[in-house]
Structure formats: structure tokens, C-alpha cells
Ligand binder design. Structure first.
Ligand SMILES: Cc1cc2nc3c(=O)[nH]c(=O)nc-3n(C[C@H](O)[C@H](O)[C@H](O)COP(=O)(O)O)c2cc1C
Length: 377
């Protein structure tokens, strides 16, 4: 890790609960709501509690627990107008959005929020969403080829007048979007996140994304992705930043936190989790090297859509903070967090976990290594 990266404080994002059913596919009590009033209160609390970003997920069809879903673009705009510092990352699918339409929407949202709009370009795993809407479901690596063109068009329209692009999926002819995004010092355009796990996802990130989002991973799994994406980025003279997903359960004792995890899994909605497993298997089937997201996920991992338990942010605030800083040492710039009881847990995180993270980061800057407790597993 370079000294420049080390000196930069870790950033924190949370998954906006803009779909019903919470973040785990389980009948355990989840004091989380997907409505706007709840989310407004949460966003204001989150920015006061030290969160920098919120990610609104995209889901068009009901499936596997997310029975109702709010559109992430409209929902995020509402949240941007209700907050002052929080950046909203809007998930969007190439193939369903045209890049220029998203670029245009993004410029308006960015101006209305004074530079707080960002996107997460998702290549898609849910075939029925595409076929049900009459759109073709491309083969896995073709979806990523389209994603790369999509991001190139987005960036081009956000930064260049008279933009031209001739690709296999998109063609733009001498086009200028006016106005341009809100000017923010040090930010050339709204930030572009993109993620996955497959080789195709890593290569696209190395070539064109600002941020690579990883599913939940243990230390080695995360470090392996960072090394891969960095190698591709270096070949193209670029740097990419890394966000890692994790489901966080902080309790006074490690045993209490582990009991909560056990209850989540014991009460898993088996039918829904198995349905999800079938859908993501189908989505990843066409990756040639078996590295696709969820390729090695077990039943318990899939109870949290994005393998969030694997990151192991489960224990006391001390243990979790140490583990988070261990991920920083392995290249993480941002932690994307999910919770069981959002309002309570976000506030608890800001009060009890984040201050320890900041102390450990300061220690890391001074000594190169914080005190090594809670790093096991
Ligand atoms: C942090 C993160 C957030 C994601 N959010 C969404 C989302 O909101 N909607 C969606 O359909 N897919 C989402 N995905 C999944 C991607 O669209 C894609 O299916 C997946 O990353 C493919 O993985 P693969 O490249 O390993 O095959 C997300 C993935 C990650 C890592």
C-alpha cells in the first residue's frame, strides 16, 4: 500500500434499504423499512454518524425476498435533497438505461446536490429482469463488454464537448451535454463504481472504472482481487480504488454477535435462498474460469445477497474496527456496510466502531501497523 493511500481515511458507505425485506433473506426480526420517510431519517443520521456514501440498489422485479423495490435513481435524488454531505451512488444496468440518458439524469442530480451524485454500473445477474422486459440477455462476458462501452460513453459525455463514440453497443455522434456536472475540485466527473468478481469484471474495472466494488470476502479473497485489478489498471496507466461489502453485527461480546449471525441463518428463508442460488448459478454459468461472483458461495453466504458475512465484521466494536483496518492494509479504500436494524446499528457504528477505526488508522500512519488484536479468522 502506498503512503498516499495509507494517509487517506477509510470511507464508509451503506446499502440503502430501498427494497423491502431488509438485507438478509431471513425471518429474523429486521427493524428496517424500505419507505422514503424511514430512509430520509436514516440518510441524515448516517451522514452525522460519519458515512460518506450511500448505495441505492437496483431491482426491477420481485424475487428472493425483495418483494417491493423503489427505483434507485428517483429514490437517491430524494435522499440527496434531504442531506448535505452524503454522496448517493445509483445502481444502473447497461442494456436497460442508455448511457446518455443516465449521463443527463446524473448531471441534473449532481447540480441539484452540488456534486454528490455517483453511479454503480451493474452488469446484471437476473436474467428474468431482462427477458421479462423484452430485452436480450447477453452472454456473461458480452455483458461486460457492453458495460465497458457504457462507462466510456458516460465519462466522455461528462467531460468532453462534441463527443464521438463508435462501439458495438453504442454510437454517439458529435454530442455535447449542457450543462456539465457540478464542478468539484479534484473530481473530473461524478464517480463511477463498478463491481463483480469474474475476470471480465476485474478487467473492465482496471481499464475504465474509478472504483471496484467487491462482494464480501475474507482477507485472501479480497487481496487477490485487489492484485488482479491493480495489475490491469497499471497496464493502462490508471489507479482504481476499492470498496468491499460487509454485513456488520456489533455487540458487547463476540458471543452475542455470533448468536445473531446464527439466528439469521437458522431462520433463513430456505426457498428464497435456493431460488437466488439457482438464478445466480445461471448468471455465472458462462464465465469460463469459474471466478464469477457467488461461484463458491455456500447456503449461509447466500442468506446475505452479496456474501456480506464472509468479510467477518461480526464481534465487538474493537474486533470489527481492527478487522476493518486490516482490510485497509490490504487495499480497501471504502467499506460498504449492511445492517439488521438500520437506525440503531448505523448510530451504534458511528459512536462505537468508527472512533476506534480512526484511532487505529492514526496508529497505522505513525507506526505502519496498528496493534494486532482481533485479526484472526
Ligand atoms: C457491491 C455490489 C453491488 C451490486 N448491486 C447490484 C444491484 O443493485 N443490482 C443488480 O442487479 N446487481 C448488482 N450487483 C451485481 C452485479 O450486477 C453483477 O451481477 C455481479 O457483480 C456479476 O458478478 P460476476 O462478474 O462475478 O459474474 C452488485 C454487485 C456488487 C459487487
Amino acid at each position: 500500500m502506498s503512503d498516499a493511500h495509507r494517509a487517506e481515511p477509510l470511507k464508509f458507505a451503506y446499502w440503502v434499504p430501498n427494497v423491502s425485506g431488509g438485507l438478509v433473506t431471513s425471518t429474523i426480526e429486521q427493524r428496517t423499512e424500505f419507505g422514503f420517510d424511514y430512509n430520509k431519517e436514516l440518510a441524515v443520521l448516517a451522514e452525522r454518524s460519519g458515512f460518506d456514501y450511500a448505495l441505492s440498489q437496483v431491482r426491477y422485479a420481485s424475487s428472493y425476498g425483495a418483494a417491493q423495490q423503489h427505483d434507485p435513481a428517483a429514490f437517491s435524488l430524494g435522499l440527496l435533497l434531504a442531506t448535505e454531505r452524503l454522496k448517493l451512488i445509483v445502481a444502473a444496468h447497461p442494456g436497460l438505461w442508455h448511457p446518455a440518458i443516465l449521463a443527463k439524469f446524473g448531471i441534473t442530480a449532481d447540480i441539484l446536490s452540488q456534486g454528490r451524485f455517483a453511479v454503480n454500473i451493474v452488469s446484471g445477474w437476473f436474467k428474468d429482469e431482462f427477458t421479462g422486459l423484452g430485452e436480450p440477455w447477453l452472454e456473461h462476458d458480452e455483458r461486460y463488454r457492453r458495460t465497458e462501452e457504457f462507462i466510456r460513453v458516460l465519462r466522455g459525455l461528462w467531460t468532453q464537448p462534441n463527443f464521438d463514440f463508435g462501439g458495438d453497443f453504442y454510437r454517439i455522434h458529435d454530442f455535447s451535454l449542457r450543462p456539465q456536472p457540478h464542478p468539484v475540485p479534484g473530481r473530473p466527473h461524478p464517480e463511477i463504481f463498478q463491481g463483480g468478481n469474474s475476470t471480465a469484471a476485474r478487467q473492465v474495472a482496471g481499464r475504465v472504472s474509478d472504483w471496484y466494488f467487491s462482494n464480501g470476502k475474507d482477507f485472501d479473497g479480497f487481496a487477490e482481487q485487489v492484485a488482479d485489478v491493480r495489475a490491469v489498471a497499471a497496464e493502462h496507466g490508471r489507479t482504481v480504488r476499492f470498496g468491499l461489502n460487509g454485513f456488520l453485527i456489533a455487540r458487547d461480546t463476540e458471543a452475542q454477535a455470533r448468536d445473531v449471525l446464527r439466528e439469521i441463518i437458522d431462520k433463513a428463508d430456505v426457498e428464497a435462498v435456493e431460488g437466488f442460488r439457482a438464478a445466480v448459478r445461471q448468471a455465472g454459468k458462462s464465465t469460463s474460469d469459474g471466478k464469477g461472483m457467488w461461484a463458491d458461495s455456500e447456503f449461509a453466504d447466500l442468506v446475505q445477497y452479496n456474501d456480506g458475512f464472509r468479510t467477518g465484521l461480526i464481534g465487538t466494536p474493537e474486533q470489527i474496527a481492527h478487522r476493518i483496518v486490516e482490510y485497509k492494509k490490504r487495499g480497501a479504500n471504502l467499506l460498504l456496510l449492511g445492517f439488521l436494524h438500520y437506525l440503531d446499528d448505523v448510530e451504534h457504528f458511528g459512536r462505537h466502531v468508527l472512533p476506534i477505526v480512526r484511532e487505529l488508522e492514526a496508529e497505522l500512519d505513525r507506526t505502519g501497523d496498528p496493534v494486532g488484536v482481533g485479526n484472526a479468522r
